[in-house]
Design a protein around this ligand. Sequence first.
Ligand SMILES: [Zn+2]
Length: 437
Amino acid sequence: MLHAQQAGIFHKTKIALVLAAACLLPSCMAANTPLQSAPDASTTETLVQKAERIHARTLVLDAHADIVLPETSKTYLASDGLSKVDPSKLRAGKVGAVVMSVAVGPGPRTKVGNAIAIEEANAKLSVAQKLASDHDEIAVATSASEMLQNRKNNHISLILGFQNARALGGDAEALDRYYNQGIRVFGLNHMGHNDFSDSSRPLYIAEKKDYEVAEEHGGLSKLGVAAIQRINALGGLIDVSQMSKAATLQTIKLSKAPVIASHSNVRALSNVSRNLSDEEIDAMGKTGGVIHVASFGAYLIDLSDPALLAAIRKVRVDHDLPEAYSYPYELYWEIPDLEKRTSFLMSMRDTIGPGSIDRMIDHIDFIVKRIGIDHVGIGTDFNHGGGVAGFNDASEAMNVTAGLVKRGYTADQIAKIWSGNFMRVFAEAERVGKTID
Ligand SMILES: [Zn+2]
C-alpha cells in the first residue's frame, strides 16, 4: 500500500514537473506578451529536454545506498520488490556510479555481538561483489580514475563503502582487510556509540527503557583516532555521516585528506540529530570536504513547524512510544505488535509526507550558499529508508537533475553536484594515502 501511494505521488510529481517546465517556454508566457509568435521548435529547448541533455552527459553518482540481503525488509525496497539500485534501475536512471555500503546496524558490544557484525559485513560484501561479477555492465571502481575508465567502457561503477566500526571487532587494523577487498569509503558510525566513536543517534536500551549516554567518548576514542589515521594511510575516503557532532569535528581536524558526509542533511533546515550543524558544515567547507544530501523524507522535514511537531508527537504517543525522538520514526522497532508497528509507520508517513526533490534542493542550496558549489553532492540511502516523491529509486534520477536545472544550476555545477566533487576528494584521499608511510 505504501508503494502504491508512493507511485501515485511520483506520477503526480512528474506531471507537475513537466507542467512547471513547460511553463518556462515562451508559449506559456504568451499571456504577458500577446504579440509573441510561436516558438521555433527546432531551437527552443524545454527545461526537461535541457535537463535530459545535461543528465545524459553527466556522470551521475549516488554516494550512499545500502546492500540488500535476503532478510532486508521489503519496505526498504522498490515497488517491484527489488533493490532500488539494481542494474536495470541504474541504467534506466542513467546513474553511472553508486557507493554501496557494507553497513551493519547496532548490536551488543560483546565478542559474540562483534562476530555477528563481522558476519553481516561479510555477507553484504559478498552480495556487492557478486553484483559486479554477475553483471557485465557493473564494474567495481577502487579509485576516481577507475570511475572514469568504467565510464569510458560504458560500465556502471560500483564503489564499496563501509559503515559502522562494530564490524572491525575492536581492531583498527581490520580496516586493511576491508580495504584489500575493495572497500574505499569508510564511516565509523551507525546508530549507537561503538568502541571507536560516538554516534549522532544514541541507542535506546529496551531493558532500561532509556537511551545510552549522549556521549561516551566525547567524540572519537583512542581506537577511533587510530582508525582515522589508518584510513588516511590506506588512501580511503572518510565518511562522517552519523557521527556525533564532536566526533565529526574531531575527524575533520584529524584527517589529512578532505572527508565526505555520504548521506547527511542540514540541521538548520531539518533539526534532526544526524543532520549537520552549521559548525560542521563550515568545517567541511574549509577542509575541502563534500556533504551529500540525502533523499530521506524524515531527515528533510521542517521540525520548526509547531503543527507538524504536535502531529508527530501525537502519532508517537498514540502508539505508546516516547514523545522525544531524534527522528520521527525512532523506536518503531520497539513496538512489539506487528499490526501496531505497521499502523505507526503508516500514520507517521502520512503525517510527515514522503519528502520532495524540492526540499532536497533546499538543502543543497543552503550548503552551496554557505560553503560553495564544490562541497555538495547527493547520497540517497536507497534500500534503507531513502526515497522521496519523484526520486524513489535510481531510475528516477533525472527528476533531480530537472529540479536542479529549474533552480538555475548550470551544467557544470550539476556535474560537480552529481559526481565531480566526490571524485575530487576520492582522488585526493588516494593521493594523501601515498604520502603516508
Ligand atoms: Zn544507509
